[in-house]
Design a protein around this ligand. Structure first.
Ligand SMILES: Nc1ncnc2c1ncn2[C@@H]1O[C@H](COP(=O)(O)OP(=O)(O)OP(=O)(O)O)[C@@H](O)[C@H]1O
Ligand SMILES: [Mg+2]
Length: 364
């Protein structure tokens, strides 16, 4: 530093340079006296704290701008305050703004004993963007984890239902067939026939539940066959006419992409069946090589999207967006009362997902 100052030549040059640094850096720099009163502050502190420089210099104590601090290891109390240390190269501080907000900053402090009886310089760096980004990253990670865990659990329960309860019911049915073929009195024969019917119904129910939890076609055959079978079930259950149009290659995609798209389309179809009072549903599935675009259109009563999202009573619309976002994609919902609803989902495909062995060409 000394060598650098010497290089600068005259003290006037050095002063101009340091003043310029002080005025233009984005970090807030403030100097406090021995009592803790602010004696100088740069414009960046005005921006961060909301206080004008005239309201700070000689008028505010450093404690009025501090809501607490923490070192990299732990929360600190006022007893460990940077003000009592000779220097603290790195700590976190919660800056209190003029309107009382809590503003996270990364700070460093050092005593300046050679200046006017000893003062302290404090440098504050805005961490709000980093903290927000970190919070979002954490939130995404957590959501991703919850979604994956939920899918795994659904897969497990679906298999248990299919292979466990489903198989057991099938064995009972076979046994009842044998009993039904033996010589029985009429009332007993009728009784066996009733039980056979109930067992067959229970088997159907278990099969439906297993399918709804997680269709094995999604893992075994892929997204398009699973969607076709979902469409068939919807047409049967809700009396809807559903048209599926596929453009581009038909192939397998990474499991996370297939699962996310299946769940998003399933939710869009469920919403249309529940609320739209629609007769027809159109689904367009486009493989655009670098991205997958799926559009679900209904000709129903439509709704105010912004209001529904603000109201936030359901999780469906939020979940669709969250699933797409986790894969770097988007969900665009276009609707208005009386105008039907269009849901457009875009999921990007990474290079290796479009070119390597992940994507087996799979003509169906
Ligand atoms: N296709 C549609 N047609 C008409 N209204 C719709 C349609 N899709 C959604 N809505 C409206 O938007 C609201 C929010 O939908 P969302 O899927 O988020 O929640 P939900 O279906 O009510 O609950 P959940 O999905 O959590 O079971 C619905 O209650 C409904 O009023
Ligand atoms: Mg819903």
């Amino acid at each position: 530093m000394d060598a650098w100052m010497k290089k600068l030549g005259s003290s006037e040059e050095a002063f101009t340079l340091l003043s310029s640094v002080f005025a233009n850096v984005s970090d807030a720099i403030l100097v406090v006296d021995k009592e803790g009163m602010i004696v100088t502050a740069n414009p960046a502190l005005e921006k961060m704290s909301g206080w004008a420089t005239e309201e700070l210099i000689g008028k505010r104590h450093i404690c009025e701008l501090c809501l607490g601090m923490a070192t990299c290891r732990e929360e600190a109390t006022c007893a460990d305050c940077f003000f009592k240390q000779e220097q603290m190269p790195s700590f976190e501080m919660r800056l209190k703004t003029k309107d009382g907000r809590d503003y996270p900053v990364a700070a460093s402090s050092a005593q300046l004993p050679e200046i006017d009886g000893g003062k302290m310089v404090l440098i504050l760096r805005d961490m709000s963007d980093q903290q927000r980004a970190e919070k979002e990253r954490y939130q995404h990670k957590l959501t991703n984890y919850v979604i994956q865990a939920q899918e795994e659990e659904r897969k497990r329960i679906s298999r248990e239902l299919h292979d466990g309860v489903g198989q057991a019911l099938y064995s009972i049915l076979v046994g009842l067939n044998v009993v039904g073929q033996s010589k029985l009195s009429e009332p007993l024969r009728q009784h066996v026939a009733d039980i056979q019917q109930m067992t067959a119904k229970a088997m159907e129910e278990v099969k439906r539940m297993a399918l709804e939890l997680r269709p094995s076609a999604l893992d075994d055959l892929g997204l398009l066959p699973a969607l076709r079978s979902l469409i068939k079930r919807f047409e049967k259950s809700f009396g809807l006419l559903i048209d599926l149009h596929v453009q581009g290659d038909r192939r397998r995609y990474p499991a996370v992409v297939e699962t996310a798209l299946y769940r998003i389309v399933q939710e869009a179809m469920t919403n249309a069946a529940k609320y739209a009072q629609a007769d027809k549903l159109g689904i367009v599935f486009e493989d655009r090589d670098k991205e997958l675009v799926v559009t679900v259109v209904d000709d129903g009563i439509g709704f105010d999207v912004e209001r529904a999202q603000k109201k936030g009573t359901g999780l469906g619309l939020f979940g669709m967006k969250e699933r797409a976002q986790l894969l770097g994609g988007t969900v665009d919902i276009r609707s208005a009362p009386g105008e039907g609803t269009t849901v457009i989902v875009r999921i990007p495909l990474a290079k290796e997902e479009t070119e390597d062995g992940h994507s087996r060409p799979d003509r169906r």
